[in-house]
Design a binder for this molecule. Structure first.
Ligand SMILES: [Zn+2]
Length: 210
């Protein structure tokens, strides 16, 4: 059977690139063959914002929807991958040219995708939304947006950018690997682990050309 799904998820491992102040990812066994147990079984300790994950509105909006309010149409269905040329920011000007529609799913491929950044130390210069561009996303209200780095906002504007986007009820997929994905029309599947009471959740993200 032909498998034409493209996995755009980052492998979650100890040294994966994450927001610098988030706790380290840890995976440890509580049962193990080598300790004489009949199975291997492990537990994890991590920020729900490590690796490919979604931000629910509650991440920056007190009292807003948590992961339990996720519904399939937010992150499953037709999706557009678009190129962003600006080397520093996603700007309102570039977004206007893209003619983003309400309810659309749209993933932004920036210069971040020029390297396998998830194997490298956090780069504070990563391409991210300007506050003005985030305000534009809030105006046009796509169902979800995605970005090819650990956050939609940079060190200088992270809270403001998140508040604009999440405040409009737009969910955000972060830390996706678009290195081998061309701009175009796709089918997207992203399903967050149902950490119902959390403000974010890791998941697996797949694209298929349509
Ligand atoms: Zn996040």
């Amino acid at each position: 059977m032909q498998n034409n799904w493209i996995d755009i998820s980052i492998a979650v491992m100890e040294d994966v690139t994450k927001w610098p102040t988030d706790p380290n990812f840890e995976l440890k066994n509580f049962a193990a063959f080598e300790w004489g147990h009949p199975c291997d079984a492990s537990m994890v300790s991590m920020s729900v914002h490590t690796g490919t994950h979604i931000d629910a509105p509650a991440h920056f909006i007190n009292g807003a929807d948590r992961i339990g309010k996720w519904s399939p149409e937010i992150t499953i269905g037709p999706c557009r991958v678009v190129n962003i040329d600006h080397p520093g920011y996603i700007t309102r000007e570039e977004l206007i040219e893209l003619n983003i529609q309400a309810g659309e799913r749209i993933l932004f491929k920036t210069q971040n995708s020029a390297t396998d950044w998830w194997h490298h130390p956090f780069n504070p210069e990563f391409v991210h939304f300007s506050e003005d561009a985030a305000a534009y996303i809030a105006e046009v209200k796509p169902a979800c947006i995605g970005i090819d780095y650990v956050s939609v906002g940079g060190p200088e504007n992270g809270p403001e950018v998140h508040r604009h986007i999440l405040g409009a009820g737009v969910w955000i997929i972060e830390s996706i690997n678009l290195n081998h994905v061309e701009a175009g029309e796709y089918e997207l599947i992203f399903m967050p682990v149902n950490l119902a009471m959390a403000e974010g959740a890791p998941g697996r993200a797949l694209l298929r050309k349509i």
